[in-house]
Design a protein around this ligand. Structure first.
Ligand code: GAR
Length: 202
């Protein structure tokens, strides 16, 4: 059984895609052991609970400084002993201590075709705003391993999505989710669970 911890910050539609894929058997031999949100108001926490998955909030606001928050996040992860950590719309930079402890065991979904529109400041709707401002005709999503940089780890999967005339950031975000994110993230987890993509190796 692959033990997965999912980190979230908001709506949790990618978490929803993982939960659906578990239910329908598209992802096999996998259990989501804990969902952690940095944001107490994240709807993702409700999604997890309604599927009987343990959901906890570890908010930076509950700690005196960033170091203390980072330590709490690390222990929240260690406690549930995950084989794999999935960042599913987690809008907090992962500290080096966590990357080192779970080397090659953390994957992220990013809403663009890396190396375009990624790195510092590119997250959520901001990515789609930048895509529309630049006028590119094709965007998409990427699943990648998390290393010490921002969106710099090894790429696991990508899927392209068309930008259409009249798109708003919200409309484009939804299309990228539907046509790319909700497909390639569960596929990546399924392949990891099946041993087709190796994790934890140097
Ligand atoms: C998703 O579009 C995800 O790719 C993005 O945040 C959204 C979360 O939506 N992540 C990033 O921008 C990470 N840099 P969700 O909470 O509905 O899954």
């Amino acid at each position: 059984m692959l033990r997965v911890a999912v980190l979230v910050s908001g709506g949790g539609t990618n978490l929803g895609a993982l939960l659906d894929a578990l239910k329908t058997g598209k992802i096999k031999n996998t259990e989501i052991v804990r969902v952690i949100s940095n944001n107490p108001g994240a709807f993702a926490l409700e999604r997890a609970k309604s599927h009987g998955v343990e959901a906890v909030c570890i908010s930076p606001k509950s700690f005196p400084d960033r170091e203390a928050f980072n330590r709490a996040l690390l222990s929240g992860l260690k406690e549930c002993d995950p084989d794999l950590i999935v960042l599913a719309g987690f809008l907090v930079n992962i500290p080096e201590s966590i990357v080192k402890t779970f080397k090659n065991r953390i994957i992220n979904i990013h809403p663009s075709l890396i190396p375009s529109f990624c790195g510092k400041g590119y997250y959520g709707l901001k990515v789609h705003e930048a895509v529309l401002n630049r006028g590119v005709k094709v965007t998409g999503a990427t699943v990648h391993f998390v290393d010490e940089g921002i969106d710099t780890g090894r790429i696991i999967a990508q899927k392209a999505v068309e930008v259409l005339p009249g798109d708003t950031p919200e409309v484009l975000q939804r299309r990228v989710m539907e046509q790319a994110e909700w497909i390639i993230l569960p596929e990546a987890v399924a392949k990891i669970a099946a041993g087709e993509i190796k994790i934890g190796e140097a």
